[in-house]
Write a protein that binds this ligand. Structure first.
Ligand code: ADP
Length: 406
C-alpha cells in the first residue's frame, strides 16, 4: 500500500492567546491522513477549540498570539498561505452555529458561501441540491433558519460548508445542544460524507459513546498537550488516567476495565466500546467453566442488585413547593402548543433535571419559570408568587437562570 501524505500535520505547535497567557497548545505534534474520522476529547480548557482553530487556519489568520512550530495543510504551511486558500481545503463548523450563519433562509445560507467562493453560477444549483440531499435535508431548502430545531440547524451548518467541497471538515462540538437522537443523526451524516465522499472528519465531541462508535481515531487533549492518540479501544483502555483528567469513558468500557482490575478478564484486554461487544464478553464469561474469585464477586454484586436507591426527598415533611405549575399551557404566536397542561412541583432543596428531545419545550419551561414568558392559561408560582401578578424583576430576584448560550 502506498503511504499517503497527511492532509493535516502539526509539528511541535504551541500557541498562547497573549503575552504571558498560559499555553493553550503546548508542543502538539500529530498528523491526519486523508479519509480519517478523528474525534477530539478533553476537559474544558484543554485546548480542543484552539486545536480546531489551528487546523482551520483561524490561528494564525484570525486570532493573534504567540505561535511556535508549523502547521501544514496539504503540505503547505498555514503561515504562508491565505485563510481563503486554507478554507478551500478545510471547512469548519463552529461551536456557535448561530454566529456562523449569516442568512435567514437555508438556501440563501448555502448561496452565500458558494458565491463568496466564486463557484460558477451554472454549478451552484447542482451543488446546493446535491449537498442538501447528501445531508438529508432537501425538504428544508426554503425554511427560515430561525424556525429550525437544533439538530436541523446543525445539519444546515454542515451542508453550507460541505457545498464548498472541502477535503476536511473540522467541527467543534456539533452535538453540544442536541438530544441523543439528533446527535446520532448528525454523526450518521458525518459518517456518510466520510465514507461516500472520502471527506476527512475532525470532530470535537464530549459524548464518548458517539466518539467510540463513529471515529477510527481519538485524540485526548489535556492542559494544551496531546495526552493520548489512538484507536478508540486503545485510548479507552486508559479509563483511570482519563478519569483523573476529567474525561469519561463509555459505560461498557468502564465495566470491562473494572472486570480486568478484578482479574475476571486478562489485564490489558481491549475494553468493549458498545453493547454488542459487552454482550460478547459476558457470553464468553458465562460460557467459561470454573468462575475465578473475581467472577464470584461480580456475580454476588449482580445478585445484590444496584447500590443505587432512589434518595428520600431532601425537603422537610409538609414543606410548601418553591415552584408550582398548575394546568400550564403556552404557545408561541407562530406555532402550536409548546407547553401543554403541565403540572409540576419542586420543593426547597431538590435538584431536578429536565430532559427531552429538541423542541420538547424545555427552554420554554425555563422561561415560564423566570418570568420571561407568562402562561396562556394555568398558573406558575415561584416562591408563592403568581408570575401573572408580579413584574419580571420580582421573579428574577427569586429565580436565576444561566442560559445555555451565555
Ligand atoms: P477547550 O476547547 O478544550 O475547552 P480552548 O481551546 O477553548 O479549550 O481553551 C484553551 C485555553 O485557551 C484556555 O485556557 C482558554 O481560557 C484559552 N482561550 C481560548 N480562547 C481564547 C481567546 N479567544 N482569548 C484568550 N484565551 C483563550
Amino acid at each position: 500500500m502506498t503511504q499517503t501524505n497527511p492532509i493535516i500535520e502539526l509539528r511541535g505547535v504551541s500557541f498562547s492567546y497573549g503575552e504571558g497567557a498560559r499555553a493553550a497548545l503546548d508542543h502538539v505534534s500529530l498528523s491526519i491522513s486523508e479519509g480519517d474520522f478523528v474525534g477530539v476529547i478533553g476537559p474544558s480548557g484543554a485546548g480542543k477549540s484552539t486545536l480546531a482553530a489551528v487546523m482551520s487556519g483561524a490561528i494564525p489568520h484570525h486570532f493573534t498570539g504567540q505561535l511556535y512550530g508549523a502547521t501544514l495543510i496539504d503540505g503547505k504551511d498555514t503561515c504562508e498561505v491565505t485563510l481563503t486558500d486554507i478554507s478551500r481545503i478545510v471547512g469548519s463548523v463552529l461551536q456557535d452555529i448561530d454566529a456562523q450563519m449569516v442568512a435567514s433562509v437555508v438556501e440563501d445560507e448555502m448561496l452565500f458561501g458558494l458565491e463568496n467562493f466564486g463557484v460558477p453560477h451554472d454549478q451552484i444549483e447542482e451543488r446546493i441540491s446535491q449537498t442538501l440531499a447528501t445531508v438529508g435535508i432537501s425538504d428544508l431548502r426554503e425554511r427560515e433558519i430561525a424556525t429550525l430545531s437544533g439538530g436541523q440547524k446543525q445539519k444546515v451548518a454542515i451542508a453550507a460548508i460541505l457545498a464548498l467541497a472541502p477535503r476536511v471538515l473540522v467541527l467543534d462540538e456539533p452535538t453540544a445542544a442536541l438530544d441523543p437522537a439528533s446527535s446520532t443523526l448528525v454523526f450518521e451524516t458525518l459518517r456518510k460524507v466520510n465514507e461516500l465522499a472520502g471527506i476527512t472528519i475532525v470532530v470535537i465531541e464530549q459524548k464518548v459513546a458517539l466518539l467510540s462508535k463513529y471515529c477510527d481515531r481519538v485524540l485526548v487533549m489535556n492542559e494544551g498537550a496531546l495526552a493520548f492518540d489512538g484507536e478508540p479501544h486503545e485510548v479507552f483502555s486508559h479509563a483511570s488516567e482519563l478519569r483523573s483528567m476529567g474525561v469519561d469513558s463509555p459505560r461498557v468500557a468502564r465495566m470491562a476495565n473494572s472486570l480486568a482490575q478484578r482479574g475476571v478478564i486478562a489485564a490489558g484486554s481491549a475494553p468493549c466500546l458498545n453493547v454488542a461487544e459487552a454482550k460478547e464478553l459476558v457470553a464468553d464469561l458465562v460460557a467459561g467453566h470454573v468462575p475465578t474469585p473475581g467472577e464470584k464477586d461480580v456475580a454476588a454484586a449482580a445478585r445484590a442488585g444496584s447500590r443505587h436507591v432512589p434518595a428520600a426527598r431532601p425537603h422537610a415533611e409538609g414543606a410548601e413547593p418553591v415552584v408550582e405549575l398548575s394546568g400550564v399551557n403556552f404557545s408561541y404566536p407562530s406555532g402550536g402548543a409548546s407547553v401543554n397542561d403541565l403540572e409540576m412541583r419542586v420543593y426547597p432543596g431538590e435538584l431536578v433535571g429536565i430532559v427531552g428531545q429538541n423542541g420538547a419545550g424545555k427552554t420554554t419551561l425555563t422561561k415560564l419559570l423566570n418570568g420571561l414568558l407568562r402562561p396562556s392559561s394555568g398558573s406558575v408560582r415561584i416562591a408563592g408568587m403568581d408570575t401573572h401578578a408580579v413584574p419580571t424583576s420580582a421573579i428574577a430576584a427569586r429565580c436565576a437562570t444561566p442560559f445555555h448560550n451565555p
